[in-house]
Write a protein that binds this ligand. Sequence first.
Ligand code: NOJ
Length: 804
Amino acid sequence: MQYGYFDLKNKEYVITRPDTPAPWANYLGSPEYGAIVSNNGGGYSFVKSGANGRIARYRFNSNIGLPGRYVYIRDNDAKDYWSATWQPVGKSLDEYKTECHHGTAYTTINSEYKGIKSALTYYVPLNKTYEVWRIKITNDSDKARNLSTWGFIEFTNENNYEQDQVNLQYTLFITRTSFEGNKIVQHINENSGKDENGFNHKERFFGLVGADVSAYNGNLDSFIGAYRDYGNPIAVENGKCDNVLNYNSNACGALQSDFTLAAGETKELIYILGQKDPITAENIMAEYKAEGKVDAEVKELVDYWHGQLNNFQVETPSEEFNNMVDVWNAYQCFITFIWSRAASFIYCGLRNGYGYRDTVQDIQGIIHINPELAAEKIRFMLSAQVSNGGGLPLVKFDHRAGHETCPDENDENSVYAKETGHPSYRADDALWLFPTIVKYIGETGNKAFLDEVIVYAEEGGGEATVYDHLKNAIRFSQERLGAHKMPAGLHADWNDCLRMGKKGESTFVAFQLYYAMSVMKGYAEERKDAEYVRYITEAQAELGKALADCWDEDRFIRGIRDNGEVVGAKADPEASMWLNPQSWSVISGFASKEQAEKALESVHEILNTPYGVKIMEPPYVDHYFDGALMHIFNPDTKENGGIFSQTQGWIILAESLMGHGNRAFEYFLESAPASMNDKAEQRVLEPYVHGQFTESTRSPYAGRSHVHWLTGTGSTVMVGCVEGICGMRPNAEGLVISPSIPAEWDGFKIEKNFRGKHLSIDIQNPDHVQSGIKSITVNGEAVEGDFVCECKMTEQTNITVVMG
Ligand code: NOJ
């Protein structure tokens, strides 16, 4: 069933049926001031932290999507009321028409009921720390209408959302609201005064510009009424707020206005919400008296975001591919890049930092669009690398490079562990730096990046060039090899649920290390660091020997536990086939052609499903070991045999690197959210964003996806599509173009900004091959092979690629 469609031109997803299988969300603002809004106006807002700066309530773990940012409308003659979003009043869809436009950092909901039209736009102005809801109400009937409206928000009583939810003997008694100058002001801990950081005493406001407030409520129960809910507030039903403010109870902001609209007339109301003192609030509200302010700000957002996304655009025969690569996958990459795992309808904001591996991978998703923004974060993550070469498993939001504590490998109760809840290093964290830095240098040509000096994370850790940071990342693994000379899994490798034991070994990490060594060999050769070239060549050969022993007929094993038991052997009764070692054997460049072909074939045969590729098979049910933590999940769920979305990007990339365009695209299509647009009730999650995983075929709900928006999937699938299927593989000198596409495509086009120049790339596929280049011309001049040197590029560069 379809609930909406992709509007590629406007870069929007338009929801035409409001009764979506779950609240379908959009992101507004940034973690400085963040707002998550559903297609029915549900969602919450926070300042700096979803967990510690929550200013508006939301009911988690429910598909109702309440409460939210509501505007109620009442026809005072008919004594009938509704909301400008379908929920919470929920009028019959026979009479109530609505359409939600989720765009880039704004959401507009257009509705119509009994001749009254409304257009409600939510956004956070660029670089601002408050939010705006602008509603235009139009009388589309042929007679004058007497209307009342209420803007409504349910405040938290405390910035810490857990305290707000559970410690009521405290939080119910610390707030009061006042009404002043067309706004409700909420005061929290007013009596404890305000220190210079604004600690303790907090003020929020909810104000109205564009009409006088005729009545208000600052007390939630007074607005809603006893034994009622958001769908039938007593104040709206009666057409009158009773001006009751809260004192020792739950706070809200409800602002009533009354007006008559002549036939055809439109009224514009602007609600503003934020955590600001009343004077600042007053000043902000004053700015919105200027005509056109909202339109200008929304345009600014659109220009900014479309400008970003337009740095890389494709036009292929696949609408799913275009919608994902041009807009939604790319936008999701920015959201995960900026928000990390800060807040969603699933994440409450409790993680107080960046996961090392998550963030270093997230960066990859935006490098082809905004490499310099990526570089800032790469520097930051390098400053969270410890001088022993390992990454801090959790990098605090207030990370103090050069002054941090770090894990102690001999003490799981170290200060760092207490501060972060992470007892130890992970084997893979710092190894993610290699593909990320390779992509950054490729996109920009900025080889000097390797010479930048960046401080290490810990107190007394000193500083080093990026090149030496990378050497240290390799040293970290090399100093922690297991009995078979592969990197030890330590606390975990990429798979949070797989503990091989401290000295247990992971083939996935071994492949990562193998890749890292190739990268470093290249850098060392260029820098004429002969000694290191010698070292790394030998080390890689040694690792190669160990990995060669991990081949088991038609697959690579997953690893070797510290008791010597193999995980992922072909003969194992459960978990005998794992996806990541197969895809990474190819990505790392280790697998021979024969191994690669066999391993990828095994993946297709054993792990493929209509919804993507399973992480492993069969799931653990009876034969798990202690460190196989995924057995706590139902079979075919999450890491226990689910279709783990992040891994789809790697298998797409691996197939592409092998030139298997049909397979790469098959995997893209199976796992692309957009492919499920007409089966949206089955997928449940937004058809425009990746989730963390999809339930696989043993589940009674196969095809249902979970954990929306903030997932490493954004970046891996983006890389799989851009570097893999589109074949955009820049290196320091220029651009390798090596697409792997479905043979049936006649070709496709790419518009790409690259190092200050614009490339228009026309890829033609007259022979209907899956990969391979017959010829490339650059501005009409033929070039050799599949490489376009930067030296050939002009401000506007026209490149024609003929596959064959
Ligand atoms: C989610 C975590 O955020 C990510 O770091 C991890 O790699 C995957 N789970 C797989 O376990």
